[in-house]
Design a protein around this ligand. Structure first.
Ligand SMILES: CC(C)(COP(=O)(O)OP(=O)(O)OC[C@H]1O[C@@H](n2cnc3c(N)ncnc32)[C@H](O)[C@@H]1OP(=O)(O)O)[C@@H](O)C(=O)NCCC(=O)NCCS
Length: 155
């Protein structure tokens, strides 16, 4: 298994996987246009030339980034793919000097296993809600805000 930055040629695989889960109400749908625009934020896990997991790290402020659009193909779930992608994003965040990474999710057990903690939405700057304006659920967000701090000194 290899984790690498996404290429434009991964767009169809990302689009298909995200919208598969979006139809089940588990994540927000993404258009091809939005994937193209944000392709630099995405990384993929590849197994035998097949994309089996995807996700994005989006920088929001000087010290803050969000893990977004994390998804693993159903037939590859519970094999550590999601956790490895999150670890990769935390490594990426550390390399960028980011101190805090958060996510909005229904998958609280999974993110707890990845070292995130649930926090109150009041504790986050208003800046992070910018993209929420386009969400069909806004302003009644029922996702859980979870956060982890990055140790900038450790190895
Ligand atoms: C959530 C998701 C990304 C997890 O990916 P995954 O590859 O199946 O998860 P992993 O195998 O890496 O699991 C890591 C740990 O979390 C646990 N875990 C994973 N999903 C879990 C769940 N739904 N409930 C409870 N625990 C879960 C695993 O058992 C594992 O525990 P362990 O470290 O003690 O063995 C994947 O199920 C998915 O794509 N879900 C649909 C889309 C979605 O909801 N994405 C989240 C958007 S923020």
């Amino acid at each position: 298994m290899v984790i690498r930055k996404a290429k434009l040629t991964d767009t169809e695989a990302i689009h298909k996987l995200v919208n598969f889960y979006a139809k089940k109400g588990l994540m927000l749908a993404r258009s091809r246009s939005s994937i193209y625009e944000n392709i630099r934020n995405y990384s993929v896990m590849e197994l035998d030339d097949e994309v089996v997991g995807i996700g994005a790290l989006t920088i929001l402020w000087a010290d803050l980034a969000e893990v977004r659009t994390l998804a693993v193909k159903e037939n590859h779930s519970r094999k550590g793919v999601g956790k490895k992608l999150v670890e990769y994003f935390l490594y990426e965040a550390k390399e960028l000097g980011i101190k805090k990474v958060f996510t909005l999710t229904y998958q609280t057990e999974f993110f707890l296993k990845c070292g995130f903690q649930e926090i109150s939405k009041e504790h986050m700057p208003h800046k992070i809600w910018k993209d929420c304006l386009n969400c069909p659920k806004f302003p009644n967000c029922d996702e859980v805000l979870m956060c982890t701090e990055i140790d900038q000194k450790g190895e």
